[in-house]
Ligand binder design. Sequence first.
Ligand code: PMP
Length: 429
Amino acid sequence: MSTNAALFERAQRVIPGGVNSPVRAFRAVGGTPRFITRAEGAYLYDAEGRRYIDYIGSWGPMILGHGHPAVLEAVQRAVTEGLSFGAPTEREIELAEEILKLVPSMQQVRLVSSGTEAAMSAIRLARGATGRPMLIKFEGCYHGHADALLVKAGSGLATFGNPTSAGVPPEVVQHTLVLEYNNLEQLEAAFAQHGARLACAMIEPIAGNMNFVRASLPFMRRLRELCTQHGALLVFDEVMTGFRVGLRSAQGLYAVALPGFVPDLSVFGKVIGGGMPLAAFGGPRDIMQQLAPVGAVYQAGTLSGNPVATACGLATLREIQKPGFFDALTANTRSLVEGLAAAARDARVPFVGDSEGGMFGFFFASDLPQHYSQVMSTDKERFNRFFHAMLEQGVYLAPALYEAGFVSAAHSRADLDATVAAARKAWAA
Ligand code: PMP
């Protein structure tokens, strides 16, 4: 049996940092990443045979838990029929129909293989459809690693952003304006100054890449108004929130609070693939018709609409539509956050948490942060200690304070109780 430490050492020899996606390396919290050998229900098992209650769920897709029988059966059947054809299939239509049925803001959808690809393509489409170059992004939101989106705020609003990655020339982000999340004043100023050149504003409606931060209703209402007024498209990145915060996704929640509310374009990933590489972007027919092969905006993919991935996504979407699914998931997730908050209160640990559907976040702070710099000023040292104390007790939380958490339908009452008990122990130490 290889230990996690031995595997990590071996991995680092052949893979940069030993991982194929940076956050897996535990850089933010320190320590040795766990090498996972298998997963079942709410649990992950590592190379040393240890079991963990999984609150990452592959960073969102595993809403049914690992190895759900209906998903396994659909995938196994699809595998025997063929892994990839590079030609259209009926299953792609079925998945598109299923997604469109649940997301009334979209009349057409294009399937791709990753959230990065979907967000990047949605921006190209927004630029092509409007004939404009600029876009707004909000600090702390992540939309994948396309060049134009790897950008942080410059020194002032009038200046454009700076690349957050080497290898992205400043010219490539010169059209990206980075604004503070939930900051109405900056939003007004940005549209006043640049409105006529803006192709789109892209936003995570509930940001899951700076832990868990909701866009306030006044902020979202004004963002929608300004986009409409200035002819810019409002693009919802629902890669994380899609079919996770509710069956109608985050846009469904905003539509309840702000009647008539719809984004122009939407980006999905994670849950719609059920754990296989699959993502999508969509919107009104007239905009989507501007995509190749019918329109002038080019976009393509060898494995797009892959027959195994679509089978996995379809089976997942069918399960989450069963009566009561989101009621139970929402109640369980809320009770986890409430349990942690109660334990923190008893231990006199400053703690705030929030959740929606099966997505949650918590901070070692006295108030819920409203934007990125507030998130980053919460107690990181305490988070890191807590993360390791929980991991030691078999609870696998996201290994960075700026990541959201996920509960699946496979998490039992006993799993949630064990998690809260572990937190009490962590805070008693
Ligand atoms: N958008 C959001 C909101 C995300 O959370 C992520 C990934 N965590 C992405 C886009 C990029 O998706 P992918 O990792 O599949 O490229």
